[in-house]
Write a protein that binds this ligand. Structure first.
Ligand code: SAH
Ligand code: MG
Length: 211
């Protein structure tokens, strides 16, 4: 029997040659196989489209898989800003976005996301869509910056909120688990946010900033 993810991915044709090509290049470069699942990639594209977002900020680029999915949701004038710690990954992701036809719409900021976020706040940058998918202990920290730059009605999405179900163990004190708990607490307690957590992939949160 097929598993759920494979069934849904195949039935809804969430994979294609561009995305498969990125994963193939990533395998050849021994990059970690932790891109979003094809179904979640499709959800990212749809969320950007449905929300009409024009300024997207991604935290954690890796090979550019989620970046291509986000960029596919943009209209012509829309832009994707992507933050990545590892210069080699940022370069790899840039190539993925170029090959997918989004060279003009994407810009990378290389370095620790907290520094890039602090710079963006200083520059008074504003975004209407955020995708948080970098180092898990810092999610709550990233949320603080995100809320400073969020336009009214912005969407804030986050991947890996279940951490391979480690989040379910209330005794677990790993930095990632503790950080994710804090992130989820803030996301769900903030009166400006309406949110939901979904079991897709490794757990995915969607929140909307009040208008
Ligand atoms: N969003 C990607 C997967 C990201 S994996 C996709 O689905 O296609 C997490 C990424 O976060 C890795 O590329 C890692 O290098 C990056 N990262 C880890 N710590 C970081 C930090 N402090 N600042 C910015 N990026 C970081
Ligand atoms: Mg992830």
């Amino acid at each position: 029997m097929m598993d759920r993810d494979a069934y849904l991915q195949e039935t809804f044709h969430c994979d294609d040659s561009v995305l498969a090509g990125i994963l193939q290049r990533m395998r050849e470069s021994d990059m970690p196989p932790i891109s979003v699942l094809p179904s979640l990639g499709r959800l990212l594209t749809l969320l950007v489209k449905i929300s009409g977002a024009q300024k997207v900020l991604e935290i954690g680029a890796l090979g550019g898989y989620s970046g291509v999915c986000l960029a596919r949701g943009l209209e012509k004038g829309g832009t994707l800003t992507s933050l990545e710690l590892n210069p080699a990954f940022a370069e790899f992701a840039r190539t993925s976005l170029e090959q997918a036809g989004f060279a003009e719409q994407v810009r990378y900021r290389v370095g620790p996301a907290a520094s890039s976020l602090a710079s963006l706040v200083r520059e008074e940058a504003r975004f209407d869509f955020f995708f948080i998918d970098a180092d898990k202990p810092n999610y709550a920290n990233y949320l603080d910056y995100v809320l400073q730059m969020a336009l009214p009605g912005a969407l804030v999405c986050a991947d890996n909120i279940l951490l391979g179900d480690r989040i379910l163990d209330s005794a677990n004190q790993d930095a990632s688990v503790v950080g994710m708990r804090t992130f989820v607490q803030r996301l769900t307690a903030d009166p400006r946010l309406e949110s939901v957590g979904l079991p897709i992939g490794d757990g995915f949160a969607i929140a909307r900033v009040a208008r």
